[in-house]
Design a protein around this ligand. Sequence first.
Ligand SMILES: [Zn+2]
Ligand SMILES: [Zn+2]
Ligand SMILES: [Zn+2]
Ligand SMILES: [Zn+2]
Length: 205
Amino acid sequence: VDYRQQLMSITTPPVLRATDTEAQKQNQAALLMMGFPSRIVEEKPTLCACHGNLTRGGYLCSRCKAKVCNLPATCPTCDLTLILSTHLARSYHHLFPLRNWIEVPWSRARQKGSTQCFGCLSPLPAVPAQYDGVNGVEHDRASARTKRAEGASESSRYECEACGEQFCIDCDVTCHEVLHNCPGCQSRGQVGGGGGGGEGPADGG
Ligand SMILES: [Zn+2]
Ligand SMILES: [Zn+2]
Ligand SMILES: [Zn+2]
Ligand SMILES: [Zn+2]
């Protein structure tokens, strides 16, 4: 279990290229047709297609109009997978996981001028004086040589590459393990934050 977690934390899903026909063929097997059935309310009970029970109301298959009582289900008539759109929204993050945020070196923190976490607004440690001058690059090289804890950001900042916002470690953990969304990307109207795009107001990058 621990190995899987570690593996997932350092990998990003492969990019699907619509132009790559061979990849498309391979992916076709993994694609799943899904229907979003409409909920109906009936005055008189009718037979459901799944159990043959008399039920009042249910869901109509979006393809063949067979009635099923519960969702999610596979349509007993046409084999279409029927789910509520909220079910899909809930599992959406498994399809497009939030990309890991990158550690922010002091030089980048200075460039960005971030003073607080974009997520929780808690103050981030100020950029040390030696990085505050024009010689920031040289000092940055020096600091890269000094050993620091693996996976820890020297500036305690973690940056989303999609929107460029910087966060504290707590928000990094929460966003990736609980929310599966980046507050920065969300606030810019980008769905998910995993797909990249990176179109937003120019932030002087
Ligand atoms: Zn039924
Ligand atoms: Zn059907
Ligand atoms: Zn935070
Ligand atoms: Zn983001």
